[in-house]
Design a protein around this ligand. Sequence first.
Ligand SMILES: C[S@@+](CC[C@H](N)C(=O)[O-])C[C@H]1O[C@@H](n2cnc3c(N)ncnc32)[C@H](O)[C@@H]1O
Length: 216
Amino acid sequence: MSTFDLIAQDIEEYCEAHTTPEDALLYRLNRQTYLQTINPRMCSGHLQGQFLTFLSKMMRPKFILEIGTFMGYSAICLASGLADGGELHTIESNPEYEDRIREYLAQSPVGDRIVLHIGDAKEVVPTLEPVWDLVFIDAEKEDYRSYYDKVLPRIRQGGFILVDNVLWNGKVTQEVLRHDRDTQAIMEFNNYVQQDDRVRNMLLPFRDGIMMIEKQ
Ligand SMILES: C[S@@+](CC[C@H](N)C(=O)[O-])C[C@H]1O[C@@H](n2cnc3c(N)ncnc32)[C@H](O)[C@@H]1O
């Protein structure tokens, strides 16, 4: 199954075949998401999940913030790399997802290190105390800049932000339709980060594009 058209399906399948398989819980979570939700492509899935786990394990962050939980796949992957005593806070605006997220977290060995907040990240982020080592932004595309501006002051110097879907299926390189607010917002966000001298950034052409940002 190719999640995004940016990677050729045979290449993606080859990569998946040469990547440590999903553990049983993540496999089940992903399968059930495809069977039970309207937009299952929102789930990070195997390759991106492994990528997030690797980054987190290499970094061993104490405090991780995630904006956009969906079913909790990426939260579980990122929390696998937490330092001893660390916590991952994840924010989801859709209350209908809460029961399923909590069900998956209860089955995960890292579930007790994940704090779920149900609400709009734009309102929740300013209420959270930790100074973040790592932030993963993966929610409403039109609000990317707003999330970024709210979290950047709350990240330690040398901390990181990962922002998903910044290639938006390649649309950022094409002529944008006037009513396509998501593509416009992502392009504006990418330009904003590129001009921002508070950070160092790299747009990684992996899956749907991940903007990797280091706070200076
Ligand atoms: C792409 S999905 C997240 C996928 C998840 N990070 C993963 O990789 O498995 C985006 C999620 O963000 C949520 N969302 C949208 N706007 C939000 C907001 N303002 N605050 C918090 N969550 C939001 C949506 O309901 C949706 O579940």
